[in-house]
Design a protein around this ligand. Structure first.
Ligand code: PMP
Ligand code: GLU
Length: 395
């Protein structure tokens, strides 16, 4: 049967593919230590689970408004106002099936075929694929570890052309863990206004920050900036709710109206029960977020200290999210664990999985050759065993 050219060009998500490969080896009885997927290992907090049960018992088992229940849209606005002092109206909110779906909605809603979308590297795997899916062109702009993996205003300005529609930003970042300093964000905001470019700010890791780092939403730099800003967020990471599939966009009314039309034809509403669970997450006690974040911080400290003690590895200190992103290129070409050497990060990950039984994601998936990503959203015991195995592999 025929499949379309646009999906034929689409690669499968490399993060999901790496996780599947680890699962495959495990099914063969091999004890694989898996650090591929960025998802909290915690079960969703109890009060949120209870709210879902109560919603089912109350009969919230039907279609809802296509773009989400009004209470949840209001809760998203209230939380934004409470946490960041910026106001949005419920009519500017669309509730979607996870943040990934929200990102796709935005690209469909604002991009014309042939438009250019600036994506600083390293970037989260799905960004470029989703841009290509709408017929737009990803323009990858490299940032280095020496630059703190932050896009500078100069590089942003230089990448702009008359076809540039959008800049995709992600701070705290997946895969680097880097949190943009306020001044760096503000400088990008000035360029966005000067060049009249929309900024799609993926703020999914806003609540997962480590001591010494502060979060600033891109919508907080005044009206001229907010008018050009679209925020994507959701409950997946902060509330350990990846499986519930609830994310959202905050966008000026004409864009949220476009997304609403799109979603009404495309998926109808996100899961009714999940929406009530997300409502409990946003309106309920926030202590669970603080506690999970404290545990991630403990793991981060451990992982950074262990990786930095390995000769030849370099990495930025993750200020947020739950990823360690480190450079392994000094270990290229030399023999690795009784086998031949490798010359790129993808082969490095394959060799580490096959010979060392540790699964990481190659930086090649994120537009960052020479690097690998390790998720530390897993138990201390797994981390200890995994880091022992990586050390052994490299020695
Ligand atoms: N953006 C980033 C940067 C992410 O890391 C993820 C997690 N996969 C998403 C969006 C998508 O989140 P969700 O699971 O809510 O679709
Ligand atoms: N955001 C997670 C990751 O980067 C989940 C996987 C995915 O959705 O691609 O690992």
């Amino acid at each position: 049967m025929h499949t379309s050219a646009i999906v034929n060009r689409l690669k499968p998500s490399e993060t999901l593919a790496a996780a599947a490969k680890a699962r495959e080896l495990r099914a063969k009885g091999i004890d694989v230590l898996d650090f591929t997927l960025g998802e909290p290992d915690f079960i969703t907090p109890e009060h949120i689970r209870r709210a879902a049960v109560a919603a089912m018992d109350a009969g919230h088992t039907h279609y809802t408004a296509a773009t989400g229940i009004q209470e949840l849209k209001q809760a998203v606005c209230n939380a934004f106002q409470r946490d960041y002092g910026v106001s949005w109206k419920p009519s500017e909110v669309t509730i979607s099936n996870g943040a990934k779906h929200a990102l796709h909605n935005v690209l469909v809603a604002v991009c014309e075929p042939g438009d250019e979308v600036i994506i600083p590297t390293p970037f989260w795997v799905s960004y470029s694929a989703l841009v290509e899916l709408v017929g737009a062109k990803p323009v990858l702009v490299e940032t280095s570890e020496a630059e703190g993996f932050c896009l500078s205003p100069e590089k942003f300005r230089a990448a702009c052309t008359p076809r540039t529609r959008l800049l995709m930003l992600n701070s705290p970042s997946n895969p680097t863990g880097v949190v943009y300093p306020v001044q760096a964000l503000e400088a990008l905001a000035h360029v966005a206004v000067e060049k009249n470019i929309i900024v799609l700010s993926d703020e999914i890791y806003d609540k997962l920050l480590y001591p010494g780092h502060a979060f600033r939403t891109f919508a907080s730099f005044g009206d001229e900036v907010k008018q050009r800003t679209i925020i994507v967020n959701g409950v997946s990471k902060a509330y350990a709710m990846t499986g519930w599939r609830i994310g959202w966009t905050l966008a000026p009314e004409n864009v949220s109206g476009a997304i609403n039309r799109l979603q009404s034809q495309q998926t109808s509403n996100p899961c009714s029960v999940s929406q009530y669970a997300a409502l409990a997450a946003l309106n309920g006690p926030q202590q669970c977020v603080t506690e999970m974040c404290a545990e991630f911080a403990r793991r981060r400290d451990y992982v950074v200290q262990r990786l930095r003690a390995v000769p030849g590895l370099t990495m930025p200190e993750p200020g947020g999210a739950f990823y360690a992103f480190f450079n392994v290129s000094r270990h290229f070409t030399k023999p690795l664990l009784n086998g031949p050497g490798v010359t790129n990060a993808t082969d490095f990950c394959t060799a580490l999985l096959e010979r060392g039984h540790v699964a990481l994601v190659s930086g090649d998936a994120f537009g960052a050759p020479g690097y690998v990503r390790m998720s530390f959203a897993t138990s201390m015991d797994n981390l200890r065993r995994g880091l022992d195995a990586i050390e052994h592999f490299l020695a």
